[in-house]
Design a protein around this ligand. Sequence first.
Ligand code: EPU
Length: 340
Amino acid sequence: MIKQNYYQDLSKMNTFRMKVKARCFVEYDSVADLVELDFEELPKPVMHLGGGSNLLFTDDFRGTVLHSRIRFIEELGEGRVSVGAGVIFDDFCDWAASRGFWGVENLSHIPGEVGASVVQNIGAYGVEVGDVVETVYCYDMQEEEFVHFSAEECRFGYRMSFFKQPEVKGRYIVTHVVYRLSTESCPHLEYGHLKAALPQGEVLTPALIRKTIIEIRKQKLPEPSETGSAGSFFKNPVVTSAQFAEICKAAQIENGPDYAVPHYVLEDGRVKVPAAWMIEQCGWKGRRSGGAAVYAKQPLVLVNYTGEAEPEEIIGLMKRIIASVEKKFGTVLSPEVEII
Ligand code: EPU
């Protein structure tokens, strides 16, 4: 079934809870509905919305917003699972953990839907969704045909995929994703405090890791049902070792010569520095600006503090943070959130 509305309120369809409307909103239940849609007729531009958990609408959308309700989870055997793009990603994590499948337990409690999860290559606690994707099935709006991409063709990177490249952005609608999960135990516990947070002496299962991750995330990140946000607002910057030395020098001026800057050295020798640390060092943690604020427990997250924040307030706060981090550390932060 295809549902089409005009001047649709999107405030409940974006986790930042911006009060914006779409000139046209189309929701479809199946692949057959997609084929039936007359794209020529739809107001342009056309964008596809997942759970609306990684974007900031800055105004009403003058074109068409599409939303998938293709919702199925089908076991194909040997750990392969086919999942519809409209399935809530965490429902899939729950499904996998409850059946003892390994692979997506570290991605538990991330808001959003399956289709968007591959576009953004969502990641948490040392795992990215691209690690367990086998094939992404799409509808090509340009050629009006069904296509599929192997994980290699998706060119997954840090919060990045082929689908986000400017030359193809918006062209492919993800219909479903085939994941390759594992029935053999393969926990990823190397990230941060995950190992320490796990209960001692219990047998490790995907369900136990899922439960622990959910507890960690609930402590650090705002609950989408309570506070509007889009999770991490900025990406963690990756800098050269020379730039990292400059960052250390700047931090040691204020914190003393023995101060150790948190960082992760990547395989290519470059260094990933937590943007949360940089933002905190610039004094932004917990600060409010109109209806917007920097989340006190995790300064990488900007929140709609009052529930009434205007997009300009979030953008203004973003710009001021970027400017002060650049001034102090010489690093320009990039938003992780898509600004529309
Ligand atoms: N930190 C501070 N002050 C704080 C909080 C953190 O200095 O108040 C520093 C600490 O050094 C800490 C480091 O930041 O060790 C990293 O913090 P954390 O482990 O919470 O993760 P993150 O780098 O801030 C990333 C992802 C999250 C993901 C977590 C866990 C990005 C942009 N964000 O955050 O993803 O859940 O790791 O894997 O890569 C999202 O994308 O929306 C998201 C929440």
